[in-house]
Structure formats: structure tokens, C-alpha cells
Ligand binder design. Structure first.
Ligand SMILES: CC(C)(COP(=O)(O)OP(=O)(O)OC[C@H]1O[C@@H](n2cnc3c(N)ncnc32)[C@H](O)[C@@H]1OP(=O)(O)O)[C@@H](O)C(=O)NCCC(=O)NCCS
Length: 171
């Protein structure tokens, strides 16, 4: 399977807008791992924020250095998004290093598994030895995505009345 992780750029505006709309059309208002693409009307504003957040000098002081990647398939269709938060502080101590989503009409094709695999390769190149990922226990596809990438259960916490589990992936 050919999936490519690409940093968001100005030329992705139309694809990103269609990607975002695909979630809303499917009745999903939250796009996990999208660094608030779901809540930001202006692509330019979102692009500036995610670009600023890649750098220690320009990161939002209320956030942590974060890499955000679009995932493109072999036909160069934008099928997913994944982020990598370099530091765990505040609520991220529970939420972990990484969130991701696959376009609703492109699920169950192995894309999330491959996106996370590529992200782990990148994190290793950045010098990380392990990543922590959290998932609501009832989110079976995401649990499988993490376990298939080597995640082992560490602990649980309560989130919005549900049980969420923290996994660790050794790189
Ligand atoms: C979680 C999510 C990213 C998975 O994406 P995906 O591309 O469909 O995942 P994959 O195709 O790589 O499948 C991963 C595993 O989950 C399984 N799976 C997929 N959909 C499933 C479902 N509805 N129920 C049970 N298992 C499912 C797959 O079969 C696969 O396991 P297997 O290889 O053992 O068969 C996607 O469902 C999504 O975007 N959900 C909304 C956002 C979210 O929950 N993100 C994660 C929290 S940060």
C-alpha cells in the first residue's frame, strides 16, 4: 500500500476543504488528530497555526511542538490526517503523542494502520524511543490500529464518562 505523509501546504486548500466536508457530510463533527481543522473555517489560518506549531520558536505558548501530516493515497487523494505532539503536558499526559482520522468513506482499507506506521518511523528519526497513544476502549478500529503497530496496554483513565486506555509503542 502506498501512503505518503505530507506537511500541509497552501496548494492543499481545495483537498483539505473537501476532506473536512466529508466528515461533516458523514455526521462527524470532530476530526481527531487534525489540530482543529474541524473548528477552523479559514484554511489559511489553520495552515499558519500548524506551521507555527512545528517550531519551538513559533509554537503557540498554550500548545506543544506538533507535526501535522496529511496522508495521500496512491492516486494522491487526501484520505487521512495524523499529528505528532512532541511533548506531553497538561491533558496530553493522558491523551498522548498522536491522534489520527481517516476519511469516513475510505475506512477499513488499512490506511490508519499504515499512517501510524509511517508516523512511528518519523518519530524514531526525531530521536523518540517510545510513543504513548490513548484510545477510548470502545473505539475498536483505533485500538486495532495501535495494537497492530506494537502498542502494549499501560493504564486507563476516565474520559467523558468512558474508559480510555493508554498504550505505549516502543520505537
Ligand atoms: C480509527 C480510524 C482512524 C481507523 O481507520 P481505518 O483506516 O479504517 O483503519 P484500518 O483500515 O487501518 O483498520 C485497522 C483495524 O481496525 C479494524 N476495524 C476497522 N473498522 C472497524 C470497525 N468498525 N469495527 C471493528 N474493527 C474495525 C480493521 O479490521 C483493522 O484490523 P484488522 O487488520 O485486525 O482487521 C477511523 O475509524 C477513524 O478515522 N475514526 C474516527 C477518528 C478516530 O477515532 N481516531 C482515533 C482516535 S485518536
Amino acid at each position: 500500500m502506498k501512503i505518503t505523509l505530507v506537511r500541509p501546504a497552501p496548494e492543499h486548500q481545495a483537498a483539505a476543504t473537501a476532506f473536512r466536508q466529508a466528515f461533516f457530510d458523514a455526521g462527524e463533527t470532530v476530526i481527531n488528530g487534525s489540530e482543529l481543522l474541524d473548528q477552523t473555517e479559514s484554511y489559511d489560518d489553520w495552515l499558519k497555526a500548524v506551521t507555527d506549531n512545528t517550531n519551538t520558536e513559533t509554537v503557540n505558548p498554550e500548545w506543544v511542538v506538533t507535526d501535522t501530516f496529511f496522508a495521500f493515497d496512491a492516486e494522491e487523494k487526501l484520505i487521512g490526517i495524523i499529528d505528532f505532539r512532541h511533548e506531553l503536558k497538561g491533558f496530553l499526559v493522558d491523551f498522548g503523542h498522536c491522534g489520527y482520522s481517516v476519511r469516513p468513506d475510505e475506512r477499513c482499507k488499512g490506511y490508519a494502520t499504515e499512517m501510524l506506521r509511517l508516523l512511528l518511523e518519523y518519530a524514531k528519526k526525531c530521536g523518540f524511543e517510545s510513543l504513548q497513544l490513548s484510545v477510548e476502549r470502545k473505539n475498536a478500529p483505533s485500538v486495532r490500529t495501535i495494537v497492530k503497530n506494537g502498542g502494549t496496554y499501560e493504564r486507563s483513565f476516565a474520559f467523558e464518562g468512558e474508559t480510555a486506555d493508554v498504550y505505549r509503542i516502543i520505537l
